[in-house]
Design a protein around this ligand. Structure first.
Ligand code: SF4
Length: 451
C-alpha cells in the first residue's frame, strides 16, 4: 500500500525514531522567555538564510504567531525541515550569547523555528497570498530544496512556476538522504507540497535534457532556474570496486528512506569509507538498523574529520567504531562478493591545500579489514552530467555552475542556479537561501524585461 506522500509504508527508516521530538506550546513559550532579544543579534548572523531570530522569538513570545511565521518563512521557506536538520551548533545556536553571558544553555532556536513553521503549515491558511498574475513563466530544473524555495517565492510574486523533476519525489536529498534520526521523508514532502500550493506546477518523471530540451524550455519560458543538486556518489577507482554489496552513502540512505532496502538488513560488519557527514550518517544509520558491527575507515586522524564533531560523538555513542589514518587500497571479494578492504596505514605529513596534515602512506603497513558491506562516502560527482544539452555559454567553475553570489545569475541571460549544483554541496538552509535569492533576482529580471 503506497504511503499518502508517495512513499512505501514499509520503509527501513521507520525503524529508527527521530532523536528530537517536536516541542509543544508550553515548552516553546518558556524557551522564548529566556531570549534576550539582542540588538544586532549574533544568532541571525549565524543563519545562512538571515532569519531575524530575535524578532521572531519576540513575536512568538507575545502571541503574534502569524508575524513570527512570516518573519521566519519569508527568509527561509524550508524553516520546518531546517529546524530538524540544520547543524545549529555550528550556525545560529552556536552564536547565541547566553552561554557567554551567564553560562546558560543557548536558546534552542531550531526548535522554536520548527514549532512556528509547523504551526504555519498546519494551521495558518493565508500567510502568503499570491500576487496578481504577471503572465511570466519560469521553468525550474530539478525538484530539490533550492527549486522548491525558488518556485514558492516566484509563485507568490505572481509568476507561473513549473518544476521539472526527473524522479518521483520532490525535495531532493532533503527527502532522500537525511539520516532518519534527524528527519523522516514525510516531512520534507509535506513541506514542499504545502509551499507549492501557492500555484506551482510539478512535472515529475520529466528529465530536462531527455523528455524536454533546454532549447524547448527557452522557447516556452521567460527564465530558467537550475537546482539539480549534485551527481551520484563518487567511487575511489579501487581494484575490486565492482564487487557487491558496495553502495555509495547517498545510494544507501536513499534506499533506507524510499523503501528499496528492507529490514532486517543482511549485513554483519559494514565498512564506511570517509570522514565527512555522509559517512557518519550512513554509519550511524546502519548501526541503528541493527548491523552488529559498523566501522568507519578514514585516511586522516580523528581530529581532522570534515564531519561535525557532535554528529561523530553521537555516532560513537550509537556504537560506530573507526580505523583512523587508514586508506583503502582495494576492495576484497570472493566470487564477486565483498569480504573486506585491503588498507594501508597513514601518518600525518605536511599541510595540504585544505590546511590539514597530508596523510602519507606508511611503507609495508598493508593489512586487511574484514567486512560484508562497503559504503563509499567520499563525496558526489559534480552536476555537469545531470544537465545534458546545457547551453555551452553557461560557465562552470570546476564541477559547479558558476553563479553571481548576489543573484544566482549564470553567465547566460535568463538562467539562474542555486543549491548544491552551484555551491558544490552545503546545507539545506543554504539551498533554501540561494533559491530565494534567485527568485528575487528572476523577479527583477522579468519585470525589467517587461518594461
Ligand atoms: S543571541 Fe541568543 S539571546 Fe540573543 S537574540 Fe539570539 S537567541 Fe536570543
Amino acid at each position: 500500500m503506497p504511503h499518502p506522500a508517495g512513499l512505501p509504508a514499509e520503509r527501513a527508516e521507520t525503524a529508527i525514531a527521530t532523536h528530537e521530538r517536536a516541542w509543544g506550546t508550553r515548552e516553546v513559550l518558556l524557551e522564548a522567555q529566556r531570549c534576550l532579544y539582542c540588538h544586532n543579534a549574533p544568532c541571525s548572523r549565524g543563519c545562512p538564510a538571515g532569519v531575524d531570530v530575535a524578532e521572531f522569538i519576540r513575536s512568538l513570545r507575545t502571541g503574534a504567531w502569524k508575524a513570527a511565521a512570516r518573519l521566519v518563512l519569508s527568509a527561509n521557506a524550508l524553516a520546518e525541515t531546517c529546524g530538524c536538520v540544520c547543524p545549529t551548533e555550528m550556525l545560529c545556536v552556536g552564536e547565541c550569547v547566553l552561554p557567554r553571558i551567564d553560562g546558560q544553555a543557548p536558546i534552542a532556536i531550531h526548535r522554536l523555528q520548527r514549532f512556528i513553521a509547523n504551526w504555519a503549515r498546519t494551521r495558518a491558511t493565508d500567510l502568503f497570498p499570491r500576487q496578481p498574475d504577471t503572465g511570466m513563466r519560469v521553468a525550474l530544473v530539478g525538484g530539490g530544496p533550492a527549486s522548491v524555495a525558488c518556485a514558492h517565492e516566484l509563485a507568490r510574486r505572481g509568476h507561473a512556476a513549473v518544476i521539472f523533476e526527473s524522479g518521483e519525489l520532490l525535495g531532493g536529498l532533503n527527502t532522500a538522504a537525511i539520516a532518519p534520526h534527524k528527519m523522516h521523508a514525510e516531512l520534507p514532502l509535506a513541506e514542499a507540497e504545502w509551499l507549492l500550493r501557492t500555484g506551482v506546477e510539478v512535472r515529475a518523471r520529466t528529465a530536462v535534457g531527455e523528455a524536454i530540451t533546454f532549447a524547448q524550455l527557452e522557447e516556452e519560458y521567460d527564465a530558467i532556474f537550475i537546482g539539480v543538486g549534485q551527481g551520484p556518489d563518487r567511487r575511489l577507482g579501487l581494484a575490486g570496486e565492482d564487487a557487491r554489496p558496495l553502495l555509495g552513502a547517498i545510494e544507501f540512505l536513499r534506499g533506507v528512506k524510499t523503501g528499496r532496502l528492507a529490514t532486517p538488513l543482511p549485513w554483519k560488519r559494514a565498512l564506511c569509507v570517509g570522514g565527512g557527514n555522509s559517512a557518519i550518517d550512513a554509519a550511524r544509520t546502519l548501526k541503528e538498523l541493527g548491523v552488529p558491527e559498523v566501522v568507519l575507515v578514514y585516511r586522516r586522524a580523528e581530529d581532522q574529520m570534515k564531519g561535525y564533531p557532535g554528529e561523530w560523538q553521537a555516532a560513537k555513542l550509537a556504537g560506530v567504531h573507526a580505523h583512523f589514518l587508514t586508506l583503502p587500497v582495494a576492495v576484497l571479494a570472493s566470487e564477486g562478493t565483498v569480504t573486506g578492504l585491503r588498507c594501508i596505514r597513514m601518518t600525518p605529513g605536511e599541510p595540504d591545500e585544505s590546511g590539514r596534515p597530508r596523510p602519507v602512506p606508511v611503507p609495508g603497513s598493508e593489512h586487511d579489514i574484514a567486512g560484508d558491506l562497503v559504503i563509499m562516502a567520499v563525496g558526489q560527482v559534480g552536476a555537469g552530467d545531470l544537465l545534458p544539452g546545457l547551453p555551452d555559454d553557461i560557465r562552470m567553475g570546476g564541477a559547479r555552475i558558476a553563479v553571481s553570489p548576489e543573484t544566482g545569475a549564470t553567465s547566460r541571460a535568463g538562467y539562474y542556479a542555486g543549491g548544491d549544483c552551484a555551491n558544490g554541496g552545503a546545507e539545506v538552509v543554504n539551498a533554501a537561501a540561494e533559491g530565494l535569492r534567485a527568485a528575487r533576482a528572476i523577479d527583477d529580471y522579468l519585470r525589467t524585461r517587461a518594461r
